[in-house]
Design a protein around this ligand. Structure first.
Ligand SMILES: [Zn+2]
Length: 396
């Protein structure tokens, strides 16, 4: 009863070995039993021959438990000779469904290697289980309602090997993880979307950074989408320009050394000591301080209530920044100008990649879980598992 066995399966015997800490349970079926054909479902197929199979099951207290059965092959009038499916395990797995459900739950919470150590299985076996359920669940996933998407890249490993995440802004789930971050990235996403009953022409809003490759990809493969440039990236462009000004200036103004974060962080995040430094530098007629004011003002843009107000504000800001005689600030302002409509689009859509930043903590956790596994395939599977809101179809 505890195993949930169905006719014709019975427990014939069990062997408990306290020294080896294991419990072996032997299952069998009465002679002459009929089985369903695994291909066409025809009933009362007779066993043709059998094969001994063992499955790891949930522990019995602290003891490893194994099920053993001779699994019949049957002759079906339509399909020929087929191995029957057993109700406690899926074809080809050496684990029972309940054991797989347990390790899947563990793998959402801890690195796969750690889950492997806890259950005493090599983690390559657990990865195989994970890939199976994620692939099955992704095959069933329905993207027909997806209309607003954010897309952002994340480094798969330090410094190189990027993956790009496509996120459904309404359902707050990862739809797709693409290799790399080039113009084909959007193309493969669009294909995957269609493969999951999604509609390219329904994608009305997209939030991205100012990467030329993404812009090109969206114009080509998601032509109905209006682009909103992510405000965090826009601010970062201006922020990076401030840092450039500081680096140039510190050659002649040594007091600027080791002040990088004072200028980069928002004032609310500065320590008391950093605030003192900032106050001390503010009125020394530094180029960096002027650049910093330009950045603070750019950030104020996003507090404005309407697109109309924002555009008037941005025009003034652009004039100021381009007349600042600070090369990096002029460059940054021109970059904003080239992406004018998409920057202002935020005031209509209020979409940003904040969700991805939020998911990013999940992705960081995913990287930790996939650690030691250089394969991007493993990283993708973990991201889908913890951020894809997939229906895994596991027994409970
Ligand atoms: Zn059949």
């Amino acid at each position: 009863m505890a195993l949930g066995l169905r006719s014709p399966w019975l427990v014939t015997r069990s062997a408990f070995d306290a020294e080896d800490k294991r419990l072996d349970i032997y299952l069998d079926f009465p002679r002459g039993s009929g089985f369903l054909c695994p291909s066409c479902g025809a009933g009362s197929c007779a066993a043709y021959d059998t094969e001994e199979v063992t499955w790891r099951h949930l522990n019995f207290f602290q003891h490893e438990a194994y099920l053993h059965a001779r699994v019949p092959r049957v002759t079906c009038k339509t399909c020929g000779v087929k191995r029957v499916s057993v109700p406690w395990a899926r074809e080809g797995s050496g684990f029972t469904l309940l054991f797989e459900a347990l390790v899947m739950a563990m793998m959402t919470m801890m690195p796969v290697a750690a889950a492997g150590r806890l259950v005493g299985e090599h983690d390559t076996r657990l990865w195989r289980v994970l890939h199976h359920y994620v692939e099955q669940a992704r095959a069933r996933a329905d993207f027909s309602g997806v209309a607003r998407v954010a897309c952002d890249e994340t480094a798969a490993r330090r410094g190189h090997n990027y993956v790009t995440l496509f996120v459904d802004l309404d359902d707050r789930r990862v739809l797709f993880v693409a290799d790399g971050r080039d113009a084909t990235t959007v193309e493969v996403f669009a294909k995957d979307l269609v493969a999951h009953s999604g509609h390219v022409e329904n994608i009305a809003e997209v939030c991205i950074d100012m990467s030329a490759a993404f812009i090109k990809g969206i114009n080509e493969y998601l032509p109905a989408a209006t682009i909103t440039f992510d405000k965090f990236h826009a601010v970062k462009i201006v922020n990076d320009a401030v840092d450039k000004v500081r680096r140039d200036e510190q050659q002649s103004r040594p007091e600027l050394k080791r002040t990088r974060y004072v200028w980069l962080k928002n004032q609310g995040n500065l320590s008391a000591g950093q605030l003192d430094t900032l106050g001390g530098l503010a009125d020394r007629n530094l180029k960096t301080a002027r650049a910093y004011q330009i950045r603070l003002t750019f950030q104020d843009l996003y507090a404005l209530a309407s697109r109309q107000a924002a555009e008037a504000f941005l025009k003034k800001w652009y004039f100021w920044a381009t007349h600042s005689r600070l090369g990096p600030m002029i460059e940054a302002a021109k970059t904003i100008k080239r992406h004018w409509d998409g920057v202002l689009r935020w005031f209509d859509t209020h979409i940003a990649n904040g969700l991805i930043e939020g998911l990013n903590s999940l992705v960081q956790a995913a990287k930790a879980k996939a650690r030691g596994y250089r394969s991007i395939r493993n990283l993708k599977a973990i991201i889908y598992l913890i951020a894809g809101k997939l229906e895994l179809g596991l027994p409970t």
